[in-house]
Design a binder for this molecule. Structure first.
Ligand code: PCA
Length: 215
């Protein structure tokens, strides 16, 4: 049976001219790999509005899988996230000037949701193809965690069969010419997201392999 994967990327934020998450997922828009169809949408880097936009795109595309992608400048790897937490806490304002302090995303929602995607398998798939990848156990408290929590809460509230998750990516090389920060090429990131998305569509169950982080 064919499967539809909806990918989302964000608007640039924090003074950057581009957001590599959108630059990467837009290259995968409309691509088909065997029976897996990928589409991509851009969402605002704004608390609340981002979740409203995501829900609208889910209703339009009716996907089997949703993978939101965001920039995590400073990271070394392509990092599928394990957990979304019920907390908005912004070190910098979002693109509409919102800067929440210690606010819940959902008043009556659980403290956290785990991803519905086989993230260890996605990481192994990427590493086999030469992409630096690892599982992350924190998506932060800015708009990316907010959207990831909103996605998992939507799936939960609507008792949907959609499987959802989030991938953070590093800066791309062009963004770091004037910074001392790690980066990957856009091509490497596109390939990593493609491998992760196709792997998530093909496999529901995760692999049972050693993981975790000591800090
Ligand atoms: N990264 C931010 C929000 C948008 C993005 O691409 C984050 O990690 O929260």
């Amino acid at each position: 049976m064919s499967k539809k994967v909806l990918l989302t990327g964000f608007e640039p934020f924090g003074g950057e001219k581009i957001n590599p998450s959108w630059e990467a997922v837009k290259q995968l828009n409309g691509k088909v790999f065997d029976d897996i169809e990928l589409s991509a949408e851009r969402i605002p880097t704004v608390y609340r509005e981002s979740i409203d936009a995501l829900e609208m795109h889910i209703e339009k595309h009716q996907p089997d899988i949703v993978i939101c992608v965001g920039q995590a400048g400073g990271r070394l790897h392509v990092t599928p996230e394990k957990v979304a937490i019920n907390l908005d806490e912004a070190r910098i304002p979002d693109n509409a000037g919102n800067q929440p302090i210690d606010e819940k995303i959902s008043e009556d929602g659980p403290a956290a949701y785990f991803t519905g995607l086989p993230i260890k398998r996605m990481v192994e798939g990427m590493k086999e193809q030469g992409i630096p990848a690892s599982v992350s156990y924190t998506a932060g408290t800015f708009v990316c965690n907010h959207v990831f929590y909103g996605l998992m809460d939507y799936i939960h509230r609507t008792s949907s069969n959609i499987r959802g998750g989030f991938i953070h990516i590093p800066f791309i090389t062009e963004q770091v010419v004037d910074k001392k920060a790690p980066s990957l090429s856009l091509d490497t990131i596109v390939k990593g997201i493609r491998i992760a998305a196709v792997g998530a569509a093909r496999h529901e169950a995760d692999v049972h392999s050693v993981g975790g982080a000591t800090h």
